[in-house]
Design a protein around this ligand. Structure first.
Ligand SMILES: Cc1ncc(COP(=O)(O)O)c(C=O)c1O
Ligand SMILES: [Zn+2]
Length: 431
């Protein structure tokens, strides 16, 4: 669909083609606006999100079209704010990552129903952020931006750097100066500008919002600020893939890590869309959010029965989740409560133990965010909040190679001389 986009910031590009995206709509007051690089409702300051016109194609036809599509998020192009020919443009083609049946882990945690790990560490820059950036970059193209930017806790910076390099954009990304070396290298290697800010993520985000309002940032596409409505839609593909990989079925429970809370809210949106389109049968599902104790403002609000999120100063090894003032926090609370889920948190020691547990049982090496998710999954079962007799999916959003320091105790179990005698003496002979 060709739409002329307008924007409160004054950028008025040529007609844009963002597929089934029909308008921006305010999550709070429902007001609708033309597609454009704007993210807050001019009437009530609520967040804007994409409203669609999915047309009248039947569920069977749509399901076939998706199944015959590419093995990437672009198989879901008919449900995303992207042009129909998106897969032919230069991009990293993220997604279609494995849904691993985690029987060993399930057994250890006392599951009687199937437990799965959606392993998104297999994306091109080894985190789920490739999904959101791939959608944001289509909006950047449509609105005529040539510089791609973001505020990031590390993974997003790498995803933007890589996607910009492939698509021929300049990139300039902003991170807290004290991130893990693995994330810094992954963000820097693609050749864009990588700026460390002396402060935490919330300081970085504040700085980026200032930059957008200043001539210095004129014409820049910040994937998670002025392109946020488009960016967020990329996370829906996690919901689509999980259901398709389950044979077009909703899981009964999903555990999702929270930083800004965007991923969790968009997974819920994706599930609702699948139900609305008749691609899956409607039945109850429960959504659980996972935080690290050292940055758990959403979990604290959930446990206290509050609707308001009190910002915190993060102090945790799970740096990719270290957002003290999460933009989508209140929506996460709504979703957890509406679906009969919960938001829980674990200590850094539990995060490290959970990374080891997942690696030992399923051969999946998660970054600290994945440790938070698996640690919270375990705690939710132990405290009776999550039902081990219901089919459950836990999402591993990032690769452990980026946060090696968290598990620096792992390593060689023996050092021997290169002789059979030494091997025998070390007690390594097969049983
Ligand atoms: C590995 C990883 N998992 C989860 C998240 C949480 O994402 P969101 O901000 O959408 O809640 C992030 C955010 O940076 C991340 O890097
Ligand atoms: Zn509004």
């Amino acid at each position: 669909m060709a739409i002329t986009a307008t924007s409160p910031s004054g950028v008025v590009p040529a007609p844009v083609d963002l597929g089934p995206a029909a308008a921006l709509s305010c999550r709070e007051c429902g007001a609708r606006f033309p597609l454009g690089p704007s993210f807050a409702c001019p009437e009530c300051f609520g967040p804007l999100e994409i409203a669609y016109d999915f047309g009248s194609e039947g569920a069977e036809e749509l399901r076939k079209r998706i199944e015959s599509g590419p093995a990437s998020i672009w198989r879901y192009a008919p449900l995303l704010p992207v042009p129909a020919d998106v897969a032919s443009k230069p991009n990293l083609n993220p997604g279609w990552t494995p849904l691993v049946t985690a029987d060993n882990l399930g057994r250890e945690l006392g599951f009687t129903a199937r437990l799965h790990v959606k392993d998104d560490s297999g994306n091109p820059t080894h985190s789920f952020k490739d999904r959101v950036v791939a959608c944001a970059i289509e909006a950047a193209r449509a609105f005529g931006y040539t510089t791609l930017s973001c505020s990031s806790t590390g993974n997003l910076a790498g995803a933007v750097g890589a996607a910009a390099a492939r698509a021929g954009f300049r990139s300039c990304v902003f991170i807290p100066h004290d991130l893990e070396q693995g994330k810094v290298v992954m963000a820097g290697v693609y050749g864009g500008e990588l700026v460390g800010i002396e402060g935490n993520y919330d300081d970085v985000n504040r700085f980026c919002s200032e930059l957008i309002g200043d001539p210095a940032g004129e014409g820049w596409g910040f994937v998670n600020v002025n392109l946020r409505p488009y960016y967020g839609e990329g996370s829906k593909t996690l919901a689509y893939e999980i259901c398709e990989q389950l044979g077009w079925r909703l899981p009964e429970q999903i555990v999702i890590p929270i930083a800004s809370g965007s991923q969790l809210t968009k997974i819920d949106k994706g599930l609702q869309e699948l139900i609305g389109l008749g691609l899956v049968e409607d039945r109850p599902y429960r959504i659980f959010g996972a935080q690290a104790e050292g940055c758990s403002p959403v979990s604290a609000a959930f446990k206290a029965g509050r609707d308001v999120i009190k910002p915190v100063k993060p102090d945790t090894i799970a740096k990719s989740l270290a957002i003290g003032n999460p933009a989508d926090g209140p929506y996460v609370l709504d979703i957890a409560r509406r679906t009969g889920g919960a938001v829980e948190d674990v200590t850094d020691a539990e995060v490290v133990a959970a990374i080891g547990l997942l690696a030992r049982t399923e051969g999946i090496f998660a970054e600290t965010a994945g440790g938070v998710t698996i640690g919270v999954l375990k705690k939710l079962v132990e405290t009776g909040q999550l039902d081990p007799a219901k089919e459950t999916v836990a999402i591993n959003t990032g690769d452990g190679l980026k946060t090696l320091d968290a598990v620096s105790d792992a390593g060689m179990t023996a050092v021997i001389r290169p002789t059979l005698e030494s091997f025998r003496d070390a007690g390594l002979v097969s049983a």
